[in-house]
Design a protein around this ligand. Structure first.
Ligand SMILES: [Zn+2]
Length: 356
């Protein structure tokens, strides 16, 4: 199969390439604003940087679709006298992945290029070779000679991301540094775009591209309060366990290319779960199930207990190698997730609030 057989949606690629570490989501804002603002009945932003788009304002029930647009990154904390930048991590990094990367630093004057350095293997003793380096044993090298020169380019508090934009691997399977969760932000936005073209919609649909999920689902907390939904679906990425190092007995069985993953467990409202499954069947959309006994590690955990409680569902796009610079997703799963949500939104009837 050649990569030419699958043409990727431009909107998705723009979002994947937008750099948006938690708290610094500006580049993603600009993409969302461009695509959603012109077609929304109501469009707003808030103090957290969330983007909130509404159609069918008088509809009932109120359906919130949430996908976080923030991603992992690094924040510059200290610059030494020779101009090397020391950083803290934004979000859950695997430290073994950090060194030897090219990074883009987002500064007031634009992108500054750097690499993540550490001592070469030849210069390590046996013990060091077997260790995962602490953060202070790594730095960002921007090719300057002094702190003074570094400060002409970067400022304390500037953030960086890996320089790994989207690329196809094979067929519809692609890799990017932040499918988590630009793919979910795209899914809710594209679902909104398709719903906006429909006339017969019972529900009020509010799409939120949330901020700061990776550091505690913070944008979801405030936007749930603002939107006050009856029903909500969080869309995030979920672990595909179909690679050589995932024990299915521990992590369940989910595969790339086998459709959206519909979650079940205490974080999930039973009515919402059943309706998602029946919509997938009705639309002949492939789907997979996962079970989670706890609050999930997604926006769904906060949305469900917002205000007086919200009937919440979670739909995940299968992904391999989460939180690494080379996450892998099948773009067909993204399209199938959008199709599922469009059918779900259309299926909601007046007065259906998921109370049980
Ligand atoms: Zn994540």
């Amino acid at each position: 199969m050649s990569t030419k057989s699958y043409s990727p949606p431009k909107f998705l690629i723009e979002l994947l390439n937008a750099r948006s570490p938690s708290g610094y989501e500006d580049e993603a804002h600009r993409v969302i604003d461009r695509y959603l603002k012109p077609i929304a009945d109501k469009y707003s932003k808030d103090a957290m940087g969330n983007r909130i788009a509404t159609i069918n304002e008088k509809g009932d029930p109120v359906l919130m679709l949430a996908g976080h647009m923030d991603e992992l990154g690094f924040i510059i904390k200290y610059i030494d006298k020779d101009g090397f930048l020391y950083f803290d991590t934004i979000g859950g990094h695997d430290r073994i992945m950090i060194s030897g990367r090219r990074v883009n630093i987002l500064t007031a004057k634009g992108i500054v290029k750097g690499v993540t350095g550490k001592r070469a293997v030849h210069l390590m003793n046996i013990e060091d070779r077997n260790k995962v380096p602490n953060l202070e044993a790594m730095w960002i090298d921007i090719g300057v000679e002094s702190k003074k020169d570094a400060l002409k380019l970067v400022c304390i508090g500037d953030v960086a991301t890996y320089d790994h934009d989207f690329e196809f691997i094979n067929g519809s399977i692609g890799t990017a540094r932040a499918f988590d969760n630009k793919s979910g932000a795209y899914v809710v936005s594209e679902t909104f775009r398709r719903l906006a073209k429909l006339k017969q919609l019972t529900a009020k649909v509010v799409t939120v591209t949330t901020t700061q999920e990776e550091i505690g689902t913070r944008g979801a907390i405030t936007s749930t309060y603002a939107v006050n939904p009856h029903i909500a679906i969080a869309i995030d990425v979920g672990h595909a366990t179909d690679h050589p190092d995932c024990d299915k007995r521990k992590f369940g069985e989910t595969k790339l290319g086998f459709g959206p993953i519909i979650c079940r467990g205490a974080n999930i409202n039973p009515f919402v779960h059943k309706l998602l499954v029946s919509c997938a069947k009705k639309g002949k959309i492939p789907y997979q199930l996962e079970a989670d006994p706890r609050p999930t590690g997604t926006d769904a955990r906060s949305i469900q207990i917002g205000r007086q409680g919200v009937a919440t569902g979670l739909v995940s796009i299968p992904l391999r190698y989460m939180h690494t610079p080379s996450e892998v997703v099948d773009l067909k799963d993204i399209e199938n997730t959008i199709k599922l949500l469009v059918i779900f939104a259309k299926a909601l009837k007046k007065g259906q609030y998921g109370h049980w």
